[in-house]
Structure formats: structure tokens, C-alpha cells
Design a protein around this ligand. Sequence first.
Ligand code: ADP
Length: 444
Amino acid sequence: MHKGLGAELRRIAFLTLICLIFGWLNGHITWTLIIGGGLYMGWVLMQIRQLYLWVTSRRREPPPETLGIWGEIFDNIYRMQRRHEKERRRLQGMIRRSQQTTAALRDGVVILDAQGNLNWWNEAAETLLGLQPIDSGHPLVNFIRHPNFIAYFEANEYDNPLNLASPRNDSKQLQYQINRFGKGERLLIVRDITRVHRLEQVRKDFVANVSHELRTPLTVLRGYIETLSMAPDLQPVMVRAFEQMQQQSERMTLLINDLLTLSNLETEGNEKKQKKIPLLPLLESIRADALVLSDGKHEDIRIKCPDNLALLANKKELHSAFSNLVFNAVKYSDADTQIQLKISVDETAISFSVKDQGEGIDPIHIPRLTERFYRVDNNSRNSDQGGTGLGLAIVKHILLRHDAHLGIISKPGKGSTFSCIFPIERLIELPPVVADPDDEDTAA
Ligand code: ADP
């Protein structure tokens, strides 16, 4: 049995014994016992009152001195309180320290509650976003009003960061990254990326300028090569040299054109000229170009596309993306194999796919195919094809500008399927063409 409880029981037994002796001496045993018990109860109530006063008092004083089990109860509560106090101070210290660390960060850190209201932010967020203490509890979107930010914030998909000009200073570029935590709370990290953005801009301008400046000298060179190669009495070695010069200058022209296309795609806004593009005529014209590209050798190019479908897109860009994929299929498969161009629609997407029976691609290369200048050099075939290694990078950029993505399925030796997958919102169904009986052309 517990020591304090044992002592208390002994005290009660001793008190009962005294009451019994007194009761026996005065002849009122029952009354003496009742009075003794009442006195004991009064003492217990006094201890409870003392305990209550001590526990509810604001000052953290040592517990009042008392006897037996009550003294032990007071001491235990006091020890527990001190332990909790120590733990509370330790946790407070940790919170203060993590706040100091976050405050010292150069990146802005903003904590938002489940409703998207401002909860806490560090000094850097004050400087970058212009937040002030009175803004606490207000919605974040009142302070960053850019439509792209609002769309990013409300889309609830924060896998990638968002880059935008600062709401306070147009010449600064900020990167926003949101992370979810707790029960619907969000943590916004704001980073000043002005320097990186400038460097990126310098890179884009440099590529665009160099490509542009190289065009004219190259045109002159190609002109001379063509003229000189037609000169009479050329020695066989010179004929071969001119052939090579012609091939290489054509390759350089392709490269420069692709580089210019890429840098235009990077610099232009994507809201440009998006219209309803009927798909069947587009695919038929690409097939005709592909037949010319293969010198009529690759005959079996089939189209599977309903005639009433159109896509909301930029015609020039769509043509460029689709033809890049079709020309690749022609380049990387044998002339006697089949190529299929297919439009398919399901509940969420409309896809254009190009399926070939060519050499296929090893899976290790697939994630890197859309990188600039990445080419699968598994045999000499690639270099024979005169590609630039920029085609799929262009396709990827164009698809991004149409909220679409590229899917690649390929098996070495069996063939590949490249698919452009667009959100279903871009699909437009065209009204059926009603044949006019008076129109001779249609009737024929
Ligand atoms: P390239 O101008 O070299 O064709 P791309 O960016 O269009 O550049 O393609 C990158 C690489 O992907 C190509 O070099 C080729 O190795 C591979 N590739 C693309 N399309 C196909 C295909 N249909 N079949 C097999 N390999 C392909």
C-alpha cells in the first residue's frame, strides 16, 4: 500500500480508538464517534479548500504545508506543475527560435489558414509583397491580384512554382511556390528571381539574335555553292566537296530556323491567334508534305479522323507540332511500313497520335527526348536523317502553350506512338456539311 495512504489510515484508526475510549468513559460512544468523524470531515474540507485556493492562485507559490496524504498530494501537484512549466518554456524557446530562423530567411515565408487568409509572415515577405501587421486575417489574393496568381492559388495544384512580376515593383521577378500542410493550411514561399530571370532573358535574346544574324550570310553562301556547283568541267573531287557543302549548309539553315522557332515560342505570349482549326484538312495537308519529304517512297500513311472535329489552337503552331511528329515517323521508319495518324476523343481529352512501325526507342532515352539537341544515337541512321535534335523540343513548347502534353510509347524494334493530348475543352464539333443539290461541285 502507498506510504501516505497507510499513514492516513493509521491516523483514522487512532482517532476512532480515542473516540471509542472517550465514548466509553462518558457513556455516549455513538455520539462521540459522530463528533470525531465530523471533526475529521471538517479537516478534510479545509485541506480541499486550501488545495483549491492554491491551484487557482495566479502566483506560482510553493504548496501550503500540511500533514499526511494531503501534503503528498500538494507536493506531487507542485512537482507536476514545475515539470510542465519547464516543458512550456522549452517549447516556447523552440517556437521563438524557428520564428527567428524563418525571419532571417531571404525568401518570403507566408502562412495561410484553411480559408487562404494571412496568418503569419516573415520580414522578407513584408519587403517583397508589402504586407503590414494590419493585413493579418485578410485574404492573400487581396495583395497579389495578378490573374495568373489567382488562377494558380485557386487551382490547388502546386507541383510547379509560378513566376510573375512583383506586385510592388514591375522590374522585379518573383517565384511563388505553395505547399500544403496541417488541415488545409498553406505555406507560401516567395523568392526573388530577378537575376536568374535577367540571365535567362539574355540567353534567349542571344540565341534569337545569333540565329537571325546568321541567316543572311548563310543565304549568300548557299547561293554561291549552288552557282559554283553548276560550273562545267568540275573535277570529281570538287563535285563531292560541293555536294557536302550543300548538305551541310542546308542542315545549318534547318538548325537556324528551328532555333528561331524555339526562341519565338519562348518569347511570344500564348494568347496569340487561337482559332477553330478543322482537323481532317490539316492532317491531309501534313500527309501530302510527308509524302513529298519521303520522295513518294513512304506510301502507306493512313488517317483516322472524323470530318466534324476542330481544335481551338494556333494554326501555324499546331501544323508545326503535328508535322514534326509525322516527319519523324517518316524519317525513323522504313518506307514499306505503315504510319497511322489518328484523332481520338474520350471524356477528358482529345488526342492526336502518330503510330509508326519503325526502329523504336530504348526506354532510357524517352524522358530526355524533348531536351534541346538530344538525339538517340543508336546507329548511324540519325545522322543520315539530317535532323536537328530540336524537333521534339519545339513540339513540347507548342503543346505547353495549348495546355497539352506529349505522350511517348515506344518499343525498340517494334515502333513508336507519339501523342499530343489536349484538354477536352479545346474540342469543337463542327456542324455537318449539308450537300446542296443545286451545287454542281458537291453533287459531283
Ligand atoms: P531530330 O531532328 O533529330 O529528329 P527530334 O527532337 O525530332 O530531333 O527527335 C529527337 C530524337 O528522338 C531523334 O534524334 C530520334 O533519335 C528520336 N525519335 C524521334 N521520333 C522518333 C520516331 N518516330 N522513331 C524513333 N526515334 C524517334
